[in-house]
Ligand binder design. Structure first.
Ligand code: KG4
Ligand code: ZN
Length: 353
């Protein structure tokens, strides 16, 4: 069964074809990121407009890469939430129109669940993908960490899962983005901080880890504020000093050590809880997904502390893509989950797990 996935929840316009939820046949992604960099974050109107321009070429590219045509496709899977309303609309409306015109079943996919299913892709017809050797076995503990989400989920089986914990405030990726801004590094912050950190001392600054009563919830607003106060103190100013002036006052060594110390603490925060959940539930496999799952620091810390081996997927399948949507779409198609009326399917920007 070959599923066409369509993903437009944020700034990436993506289309991909995946066979049986396992074999990557194509993976087309066009990001409008370069149009957002100067604003230091995603501008929803620009993202939506860019999706309109890109969606048809990107779908054509997905067919071209896979050397397939519409008769080969068994269904369409589209992200209907969570995400930016204007962005989601473009993907969902395109998928609806195609499902009607091409007479294909349409499956509505939850973006955050999709991040976990990137780990089910174990074979690729495309060059340049480092994939897990085997699909994860249930029960699966999944750490989903991105710019919009930080969640710890226990899957007993497909579509039988329990949300163990989530962030109470900022997502971990958002914290990376904000800390990068404080020290004057470009958006998106995760890769910028990863690049700056090796020149710094990971123990230079003692940043706080959040302490919440709930065992598996996360919080990142405290550490973000701590970085701001630290930077203000380092340049000899108080909390009234505007953050936009900090990059020009901090020296390179201070910036690198803030990046290194923050990265270590932010990653430790999610790894601590993942290890705790592993010890309580003893899942067969642990997986990670979402943009922050491409972090080398996260991969190394988790591997070092986890009692079992862990396989990681290619970073290209961690950041937003449509292959993960097509992979999950296959498992939905097998069980008839979220089979949707192409005349009625609506977006749900606040969809949760
Ligand atoms: O999954 P994603 O592409 O979009 C959302 O669904 O949010 O994740 C984007 C996030 C950004 O916040 C970015 O800073 C973060 O993933 N990110 C990283 C790394 N690469 C991307 N964070 C930490 N380390 C990285 N290497
Ligand atoms: Zn995402």
């Amino acid at each position: 069964m070959k599923i066409l996935g369509i993903e437009t929840s944020c700034d990436e316009t993506a289309a991909a074809i995946v066979e049986n939820g396992q074999i990557l046949l194509s993976n087309a992604v066009l990001s409008s990121m370069d149009q957002h960099v100067m604003y230091g974050g995603i501008v929803p109107e620009i993202a939506a407009r860019s999706h309109i321009e890109s969606i048809v070429p990107v779908i054509n590219q997905a067919f071209g890469e896979a050397q397939l045509d519409w008769p080969d496709i068994d269904g369409i899977a589209v992200t209907y939430g969570a995400g930016l309303g204007g962005s989601l609309l473009i993907g969902v409306m395109t998928a609806r129109a195609l499902a009607i015109i091409k007479n294909k079943p349409l499956y509505a996919v939850n973006h955050v669940e999709g991040h976990a299913y990137a780990n089910f892709i174990t074979e690729s017809k495309l060059p340049g993908y480092q994939l897990p050797k085997a699909q994860p076995e249930f029960p699966i503990l999944a750490l989903i960490v991105s710019g919009g989400h930080s969640q710890l989920v226990l899957f007993q089986d497909h579509f039988q899962y329990q949300l163990l914990g989530q962030t109470r405030d900022d997502a971990i990726g958002e914290a990376f983005d904000k800390v990068a801004k404080i020290i004057g590094l470009p958006y998106p912050g995760g890769p910028s901080i990863a690049k700056a950190a090796p020149a710094g001392d990971v123990y230079a600054y003692d940043l706080p880890k959040s302490k919440l009563d709930s065992k598996y919830d996360f919080s990142f607003s405290g550490v973000k504020t701590a970085v701001l106060r630290l930077a203000q103190a380092l340049v000899g100013e108080d909390y009234n000093f505007p953050s936009v002036k900090l990059p020009q006052r901090l020296n390179e060594a201070q910036k690198a050590s803030i990046a290194a110390s923050f990265q270590r603490i932010a990653v430790e925060t999610v790894v601590d809880k993942t290890i705790l959940a592993y010890q309580e539930f003893l899942p067969k496999t642990v997986i990670i997904g979402g943009g922050v799952a491409s972090s080398t620091e996260l991969r190394q810390q988790l591997q070092r502390r986890l009692a079992i081996g862990i396989e990681y997927t290619d970073p290209k399948l961690c950041t937003d893509n449509a292959a993960m949507i097509a992979a999950l779409g296959y498992f939905q198609a097998r069980q008839g989950i979220n089979l949707s009326d192409p005349f009625l399917l609506d977006i749900n920007p606040n969809l949760s797990m």
